[in-house]
Design a protein around this ligand. Structure first.
Ligand code: HEM
Length: 225
């Protein structure tokens, strides 16, 4: 559980730091849309009650948003050759319908006030709080401004590829201002969620002429001495 708290703390610091350059605050919408954050929590709660797997998916959506141009909602844009169509996003990023639903309901409260990037950042947190029974939580400041540019080629260049080795992951995170320790801790987010077989299959079966599985992987717990 200590690791989960560390992950939460780092998420707070790290993803806030990589937000689009905006003046974030604890109470950004307190006068312009006082019920916005309660509405985000309520709508996320409804979705996660019917499909809890959406919680990790929203966390990943938030990470992939922040990695390209900061946390500016650029991953949500439906533009030609946008981030949604990048190799690491297409057919695997989930949760867009949750953000669309929240945005619709928040717009009904306060038209044109709350940014999509703030909705995504708070929804990712609220989802994990509910999913974990409040074992995971972190503070989210608001005041992000939405970007208008979304580029698949930028996402292809910047998102960490699933087949990266340790050194290239360290380098990928260093390029965004993170230490190797922070990269390792943030990778602990993979204690929740799911992955397509294609990202791991080649290390599990027919790995090489001498080993059917990649010998550098830990064996399953039942096979450990
Ligand atoms: C260190 C570099 C990273 C790599 C190479 C990586 C790669 C991946 C891959 C390949 C998947 C499976 C996607 C699929 O097949 O659908 C995945 C899932 C996931 N990743 Fe990462 N990731 C990284 C960092 C992170 C970070 C920093 C976070 C959060 C802060 C994160 C959160 C997640 C979550 C929650 C899932 C599960 C998504 C779901 O269930 O829909 N990842 N990641």
């Amino acid at each position: 559980m200590a690791n989960l708290k560390l992950i939460a703390t780092l998420l707070l610091l790290a993803l806030a730091a990589s937000s689009a350059r905006a003046q974030l605050s604890d109470n950004f919408y307190s006068s312009s849309c006082p019920n916005a954050l309660a509405k985000v929590k309520e709508v996320v709660g409804t979705w996660i009650s019917s499909d809890s797997t959406l919680a990790p998916s929203l966390l990943r959506l938030h990470f992939h948003d922040c990695w390209i141009r900061g946390c500016d909602g650029s991953v949500l844009l439906d533009t030609a050759n946008g981030e949604k169509s990048a190799f690491g996003n297409v057919n695997s990023l989930r949760g867009f319908e949750v953000i669309d639903d929240i945005k619709t309901q928040v717009e009904a409260l306060c038209p044109g006030v709350v940014s999509c990037s703030d909705i995504l950042a708070t929804a990712a947190r609220d989802g994990m709080v509910q999913f974990s029974g409040a074992a995971i939580n972190w503070a989210v400041q608001t005041g992000r401004r939405d970007g208008v540019v979304s580029s698949a080629s930028e996402a292809n260049a910047d998102l960490p590829p699933p087949f990266s080795n340790f050194n290239s992951l360290v380098s990928n995170f260093q390029n965004k201002g993170f230490t190797s320790r922070e990269m390792i801790v943030l990778s602990g987010s993979h204690t929740v969620g799911r992955s397509h077989c294609s990202t791991i299959q080649s290390r599990l079966y027919n790995f090489s002429s001498t080993a059917s599985t990649d010998p550098s992987m830990d064996s399953p717990p039942s096979q450990r001495l």
